[in-house]
Design a protein around this ligand. Structure first.
Ligand SMILES: Cc1cc2nc3c(=O)[nH]c(=O)nc-3n(C[C@H](O)[C@H](O)[C@H](O)COP(=O)(O)OP(=O)(O)OC[C@H]3O[C@@H](n4cnc5c(N)ncnc54)[C@H](O)[C@@H]3O)c2cc1C
Length: 418
């Protein structure tokens, strides 16, 4: 019997989402020999892990990758999931990324001269590895879900596709960030009475002074802020996604909009006791904090507009009505009463490094890294994580600068070994 030969390459990139493909683009630019391993297909997360009605919350003009930008007729529109998939596929083709699909990486460990990457189709030895396997591999759901009565159907955002998948009757959506507010609105529109459990959140209007709010984030330089300039990096990396939806009408989807649609707001879900969901009080404080932060952000935009920006061209500054506090928010809900037939957990995501046999993951399951350079592991890099090098790091348009710099570091590391 012949032993399987170990393949060798200089760099292995794990994941063919936009981050892994951007890494490949800059590796090719520098003529660094590499392969991209993808367990599914190119843009796998967009194909398998998103719901049907999802559109990007970033406008089309912001959909840009190294050497590729949106050139269609609707720069202010928002791509559907199918269009994002097609956009990323186009990027893979244009940059001739050496992607191997259907190859699951089951282990990465140190080997004498670098790393050994194990897959079902064999082992690969390399000098450097770029982890671009995504920041949102698994839904993050609190443990107390186990206490929910079996009569209530539970879904994560990975299971949810459209309202028809849910039984008729009341739905409790947990989490009021981008995903939670979008699903609450969709389910309420489907005729199901929705209760939304709200914790800390980021409130944003869709447009401000006549322009997309993300235009202001971009133009004022806020999303370009670097990780080493951010005051509280740990907090910035945990910040929930903003309450935004991409619709042709450019509608704002904040809590006031949901209340007007008939969605009932309750506090943060804290525990389950005897089949009852217990919610925190203090919604007023949670709302005022989000309103306060929104006000501060708009002040920043106005200041910037006054000194550098288009003050004369933009509409005048505006301020938004405070979030309306329900007159008596319920503090508990009997989950066995039949009022709630389904729960949708929109409580965020976490990465999965179960395959990483290098001691680089902290107790909270996050990779320890400095701007994408993994701690104490020479030659190991990461891309696509929150505020990796800039506030915009996880966004499609944020990858170009990060990938250029991370691959620049990697090239320096390889040169130093020679
Ligand atoms: C619901 C949602 C909405 C979003 N909306 C926007 C938006 O509007 N605008 C925007 O700019 N960004 C948005 N993002 C953020 C970001 O663009 C996406 O999360 C994007 O998918 C991240 O790209 P990535 O390449 O870092 O990771 P992914 O797209 O997740 O790619 C990682 C790839 O690695 C593969 N992989 C993982 N583990 C392994 C393994 N062990 N072996 C082999 N392959 C592996 C996966 O199959 C996957 O294809 C959104 C994210 C989510 C979750």
């Amino acid at each position: 019997m012949r032993g399987a030969a170990i393949e060798r390459t200089t760099t292995v990139v794990i994941g063919a989402g936009h981050a892994g493909l951007a890494a490949s683009h800059f590796l090719s630019d520098r003529s660094i020999d590499h392969i991209v391993l993808e367990r599914g297909e190119v843009a796998n997360s967009w194909r398998r892990e998103r719901w049907d009605s999802l559109r990007l919350l970033t406008p089309n003009w912001q959909s840009r990758l190294p050497g590729l930008r949106y050139e269609g007729p609707d720069p202010d529109g928002y791509m559907t999931v199918g269009e994002v998939t097609e956009f990323i596929e186009r990027f893979a083709a244009a940059s001739r990324a050496p992607v191997r699909t259907g190859v699951n990486v089951t282990s990465v460990r140190r080997a004498d001269d670098g790393y050994q990457v194990t897959t079902a189709s064999g082992d690969i030895r390399c000098q450097a590895v770029v982890i671009a396997s995504g920041a949102c591999n698994q839904p993050s759901v609190p443990q107390f879900r186990d206490g929910v009565p079996a009569s209530v159907e539970q879904l994560t955002t990975f299971d949810y596709r459209d309202p028809a998948k849910l039984p008729d009757g009341g739905v409790l959506v947990v989490g009021a960030s981008a995903t939670g507010v979008q699903l609450a609105a969709e389910l309420q529109r489907s005729g199901r009475p929705v209760t939304l459990s709200v914790g800390e959140h980021v409130r944003l209007p869709r447009t401000y002074r006549g322009r997309d709010v993300l235009w202001w984030m971009d133009a004022s330089g806020l999303w370009d802020q670097r990780y080493d300039e951010v005051d509280d990096l740990t907090r910035a990396r945990r910040l929930p996604s903003p309450q935004l939806v991409g619709t042709p009408e450019r509608t704002t989807l904040d809590l006031n909009a949901l209340t007007s649609m008939g969605v009932e707001l309750v506090g943060r879900w804290a525990a389950v006791r005897d089949g009852r969901a217990l919610f925190s009080g203090g919604l007023r404080n949670v709302f005022s904090l989000a309103d306060l932060k929104l006000g501060r952000l708009l002040d920043t935009f106005d200041e910037w507009a006054g000194t550098h920006g288009p003050d004369g061209e933009a509409d005048p500054p505006e301020r938004f009505a405070p979030t309306r506090v329900p007159s008596s928010a319920r503090l508990q809900l009997d989950l066995a009463s039949g009022e709630i037939r389904a729960i949708v957990w929109a409580t965020g995501f976490r990465p999965d490094y179960g395959w990483l046999d290098v001691p680089a993951v902290d107790a909270k399951g996050q990779l320890r890294h400095e701007g994408g350079v993994v701690a104490d592991s020479p030659g190991l890099y990461a891309l696509g994580l929150p505020v990796l090098r800039r506030r915009k790091s996880t966004f499609i348009y944020g990858i170009e600068d990060d990938a250029r710099e991370v691959i620049g570091h990697l090239a320096g590391y390889l040169a130093g070994r020679r």
